[in-house]
Design a protein around this ligand. Structure first.
Ligand SMILES: C[S@@+](CC[C@H](N)C(=O)[O-])C[C@H]1O[C@@H](n2cnc3c(N)ncnc32)[C@H](O)[C@@H]1O
Length: 278
């Protein structure tokens, strides 16, 4: 996954092929997920983008290169441009967890690594975790692999869901982790979870009533959302607390962490919240 620093060999090859003023614009950092690279490329490099991707791939030993783009929409799909290779499905190993995914079509953020590691630390053996926005098991696989937590993983997007199922088997946790391909709003069980993961942004508050209905009378919720700088530190907890009260729960903020900058002046944060039915 790590962000890297340009290798002298890449510079050496490309400085023979590119105008000198463009060589200094070559990406100095990139992200490697399994054997797929995500390269940020300046617009000035457009005419050379495929050759640049080929050289990075060959020197680094990657099978595909994507141009960094943005993450969009309800199912958080990336819009990366494929510059080299044709197979963007890979297995990425992080913190002893195997994640199989299609890097071109499924988000896997390097900035969320600390949170994936932290979830392995906070989970407790045997507790029931409901992951309402499971993705490929980004946050909940570490909890079951490292701590033996039982997990119900809900993922709406059918393509992402295929990888979630594969990852459960790949990590040998099929006896502990149960995947559901559905919208979490249609998940029928109530009052079952010791811990809930709400790993989603922008509209996560809309899902608070559903999370409370899935939670046991006492539970912990890892509540992610995006929040403008000017509303911190009150938000996003103040909104959570208000909605929880309206549904008969007290909410206590246990911890708050910044995950990353989401947009200028907007942060992606996670708040650990204890909820108690009144
Ligand atoms: C941004 S990814 C995050 C994955 C992981 N929770 C994390 O924080 O790294 C969010 C996932 O939630 C899924 N999703 C969005 N709305 C959903 C819903 N209503 N029910 C179930 N899954 C949903 C998307 O398809 C996507 O795979």
């Amino acid at each position: 996954m790590r962000t890297q620093v340009i290798k002298p060999r890449i510079r050496e090859i490309l400085s023979k092929e590119l105008p000198p003023e463009l060589v200094s614009l070559l990406p100095k950092h990139w992200v490697q997920i399994g054997d797929v690279l995500i390269l940020p490329l300046r617009p000035e490099l457009e005419p050379y983008k495929r050759r640049i991707a080929e050289v990075y791939a060959q020197v680094i030993g990657a099978k595909a290169v994507l141009r960094k783009g943005h993450i969009h929409g309800e199912t958080r799909k990336p819009d990366y441009e494929l510059l080299y290779g044709n197979d963007t499905i890979t297995v990425h190993v992080e913190n002893g967890v195997k994640y199989k995914l299609d890097v071109a079509r499924i988000m896997f953020s390097p900035a969320n690594v600390k949170e994936r590691v932290r979830m392995a630390e906070v989970a407790k053996p045997g507790e029931l975790v409901v992951d309402m926005f499971a993705g490929i098991g980004h946050l909940s696989l570490p909890m079951t692999v490292h701590k033996g937590a039982r997990v119900i993983a809900i993922e709406k997007d059918p393509y992402t869901f295929r990888f979630l199922v594969e990852n459960i088997w790949l990590n040998g946790v099929q006896d502990l982790m149960t995947p559901y391909n559905m919208d979490n709003r249609d998940f029928p069980a109530e009052n079952i979870a010791d811990r809930i993961l709400m790993g989603y942004v922008v509209t996560t508050h809309e899902f608070i009533p559903k999370a409370l209905s899935i939670a046991k009378d006492e539970a912990i919720i890892h509540y992610h959302n995006t929040v403008p700088e000017r509303l911190r530190p009150e938000e996003p907890f103040a909104t959570f607390k208000r909605i929880a009260r309206e549904h008969g729960y007290e909410a206590e903020k246990l911890k708050e962490l910044v995950i990353k900058r989401y947009a200028p002046g907007v942060w992606h944060v996670v708040v650990d919240i204890g909820v108690y039915k009144r």
